[in-house]
Design a protein around this ligand. Structure first.
Ligand code: CU
Length: 566
């Protein structure tokens, strides 16, 4: 499809940072020439080293958590079987010309027709609805002009089913998925994961939801049907012909290199693929399933009327009990579920879910002091990361009989204890650094099958990891760093502890009241200067990724393998 290049006469944060970056690197002795050569990496190409287009999934030995050990012999019939195609399409998003997008199309081959539903009015999706214990078969066909593969974000599946980029298939080829759903009830999602191409593919529209239910959740009688509403939040940029604008080609300093380093931001907020999203609601309780499906934008979500948000679930499903927050931080890849009760509202009332202004995610706001050049360079982006804007409108359209009372107890969560971790005294550190405009994990960039000595663990063993977002002396963003949402495949983890460097506390303090760390997570926001300890277990052996879910960072190589031994 055609994606227009960014015009070069826009004066925005990227140009500001171009100047700032060149300056800071020059000061560090890098010199503009070497900066330039380091940044002119080739644009994402259609061939990926290490891809075996005919790679067939291999059956890996499976160790399931005790709660989910339903038998699924190899030859068992699937509960749900579908064909899923990634393909090109045209949709009406803005008034006027249609927009070229990429999208998933699903065809149910076997199972309950209610298991595959469209995301209403959207080119995103579909929504797959499955129950814990079900066996799912998906025949994925790549009808795109470049390699792709599907990752089931948050699901605990064997490594050959996880959509690792080494399994990416080329145009016209297929990949067979066959796995059992062992996760708790919750809002999971699926999106492409080919190396260096994930950001572009997700941006063009490839994202669907995978909603898991289980018995524990069913017993709660939470809002269902039209009262159970997914909201996929994304930002996009359109040109005058209504076509999506993504990274400028070339990847060089003067093209997309800065977007790659900072992450791509759009200036239009879409919910479920629609601009100016409005949901007509009844005067009763809703379950709102929020997914941040943006490439790099972080949201500080709040009700405009100042009422607290009631959170009932995070990435890995229901919390033990609802918690209240003045606002909720939602970074790329994260999900949060809200209990929203419109009872008592009058017909015609409108409620707004906004993203509030916050600082520190890019550090850029704080960089004004650089040699007195700040004021001349701090021209803001059209919609900076941390700007305030409306996200969704809820218009009370009808009265509803009866209501639904909020449950005080939701689910049971097995609490991990630090003392039980194999490395309790010595957390496995994952240090975020930047070198020559590239974000790294422990100083390393992604290698298709590479695993370092510290990137090995065992199935079933409890471990503590610590993400460390430190300063980067002598490098780009050295002063204030950048926020990174870190995602780990093959596990759901618990956040144990957060700390922040005293000199970078301001950003952290401004957002920390919006963290929801009470439940299971697979993606965690790490602000500049912040250190986050998480406790985790892997349930399958094999090669699993951990990476930044800022998709431009991921594509650039801010991703590593972790090998889980049986
Ligand atoms: Cu990142």
């Amino acid at each position: 499809m055609h994606i227009n290049q960014r015009t070069h006469n826009q004066f925005n944060r990227r140009q500001f940072l171009k100047g700032a970056g060149l300056l800071s690197l020059a000061l560090a002795g890098g010199g503009a020439a070497s900066v330039f050569s380091a940044c002119t990496s080739a644009p994402p190409s259609a061939s990926i080293a290490g891809v075996n287009p005919t790679a067939a999934p291999t059956a890996a030995p499976v160790t399931l958590p005790p709660s989910a050990q339903t038998t699924a012999p190899a030859a068992a019939a699937a509960d749900l079987e579908l064909a899923l195609k990634a393909t090109r399409g045209q949709v009406g998003i803005l008034p006027g010309a249609e927009t070229a997008v990429w999208r998933y199309q699903a065809e149910l081959l076997a199972g309950d027709p209610a298991s595959v539903v469209a995301l209403p009015g959207s080119y995103l999706g579909p929504i797959l609805r499955v129950r814990q214990g079900q066996r799912v078969r998906v025949r994925f066909t790549n009808d795109l002009p470049e390699p792709s593969i599907v990752h089931w974000h948050g699901l605990l599946v064997p490594d050959a089913m996880d959509g690792h980029p080494r399994f990416a298939v080329g145009a016209g080829q297929s990949y067979a998925y066959d796995f059992q759903v062992v996760n708790r009830a919750g809002t999971y999602w699926f999106h492409p994961h080919p190396h260096r191409l994930t950001g572009g593919q997700a941006y063009r529209g490839l994202a669907g939801l995978l909603i898991v239910s289980d018995d524990e959740e069913a017993a709660l009688g939470l809002p269902q049907g039209e009262y159970d509403q997914p909201l996929v939040i994304q930002d996009r940029q359109f040109d005058a012909q209504n076509q999506l604008v993504y990274l400028a080609q070339g990847g060089g300093m003067m093209d997309g290199g800065m977007d790659q380093m900072m992450g791509f931001l759009g200036d239009r907020i879409l919910v479920n693929g629609q601009p100016d999203f409005t949901l007509p609601v009844a005067t009763r309780a809703y379950r709102l399933r929020l997914l941040n499906g943006s490439n790099s934008r972080i949201y500080m979500l709040a009700w405009r009327d100042g009422k607290p948000l009631t959170v009932i679930a995070t990435d890995g499903g229901l919390l033990e009990q609802p918690v209240q927050r003045p606002f909720v931080m939602l970074a790329p890849g994260e999900r949060v579920e809200l209990w929203a009760d419109f009872a008592g509202r009058k017909s015609g009332d409108e409620l707004f879910l906004d993203s509030q202004k916050f600082v520190g995610a890019e550090g850029a706001e704080l960089m004004g002091g650089m040699g007195g050049m700040g004021s001349m360079m701090t021209q803001p982006a059209a919609l900076p990361n941390g700007a305030a804007f409306p996200v969704a409108r809820f218009r009370v359209a009808r009265a509803a009989q009866g209501g639904q009372t909020r449950r005080q107890r939701l689910a049971r969560i097995e609490r991990y204890r630090l003392a039980d971790a194999v490395n309790a005294a010595r957390p496995r550190q994952v240090v975020i650094t930047n070198r020559m405009m590239a974000w790294l994990l422990n100083g390393r960039s992604f290698e298709m099958s590479g695993v370092a000595a510290d990137e090995v663990g065992r199935v079933g063993e409890l471990a503590v990891w610590e993400f460390v977002n430190q300063r980067n002396p002598g490098q780009m963003m050295e002063q204030n760093g950048m926020a990174h949402p870190l995602h780990i495949h093959g596990t759901q983890f618990q956040v144990l502890e957060r700390q922040a460097l005293p000199e970078l506390r301001a950003g952290f303090e401004s957002v920390r009241a919006g963290y929801v760390d009470e439940g299971w997570k697979d993606t965690v926001l790490v602000m500049p200067g912040e250190r986050v300890k998480v406790l985790l277990k892997f349930v399958h052996p094999g090669l699993f990724l951990y990476h930044c879910h800022n998709l431009e960072h991921e594509d650039q190589g801010m991703m590593r393998n972790f090998r889980v031994d049986a």
